[in-house]
Design a protein around this ligand. Sequence first.
Ligand code: ZN
Length: 294
Amino acid sequence: MRIGQYETADGKSWCGVKATEETVINLSEAGAAAGIDIPRLSTDLLANWQWRRKVELAVEYAEETGTGVYDADNVDRLPPVTNPEKVVCVGLNYRDHAEEGDNPIPDEPVLFSKFPTSVSGPESTIRWDPELTQKVDYEAELVVVIGRETRRVSREAALDHVAGYLVGNDVSARDLQHGDGQWVRGKSLDSFAPIGPEIVTTDEVEDPHDLDIWAEVNGERVQDSTTANLIFGIDELVSFCSQAFTLKPGDLIFTGTPPGVGLYREPPVLLEDGDSVTIGISDIGELTNSCAYL
Ligand code: ZN
């Protein structure tokens, strides 16, 4: 299933399932008609007991009756997760990226975070004040969406705690990131964590460690790799995080970026007003955001 959040012309927002290229199903509306209580926020949905079964029943009902079925052209796509408690990120997690910079392969994942207010969606614009930062960069990343409360889980059981995957762009203000001595400000500007287009549930992703991942700036390919190059896999990352802190439904883990980020290109490719950035991951989708100065 592909689960997103949408807004209709009446200003109402809800989580839904992308049923076909042309249609989206409003889960709370179809669920209510079928006698199933489904919340309007994806984080609340994921916290629901047996949410997968409830979604399947609501989708079945909508497809039979037409209740809650919307034309995809008539709804706005919101970020698939709007209010995660945590946005965890992993540094230097691609073998080819580590080798490119002559960095040793780390023994353990290095974690940092973005504030949840940086999260934006598939129709959002990446915005910044050019007086605050002049070095804005992209990072193509596979993003894990946690599906249930996770504390001290083993690596073997970790994937049972994942709801699905998203395409993400870990947008980074390099001058702030490196100038501050720690990363949180440079990584957390409002709009600097676009995610989308929908959460693809784990049952639809045969192997998350065998997906093509790429980035394009204004149509030019600048990153091109595969998640087979991940140093620490999804199971390892979820288990590692959960030894230290509790993961909650809707929490996001940005799993790191492959080689080719703008700052280290020759010459550097830094984002500017009017640019368009697309991140793509096979089987998950494509996420395109435009850039603009505040
Ligand atoms: Zn990153």
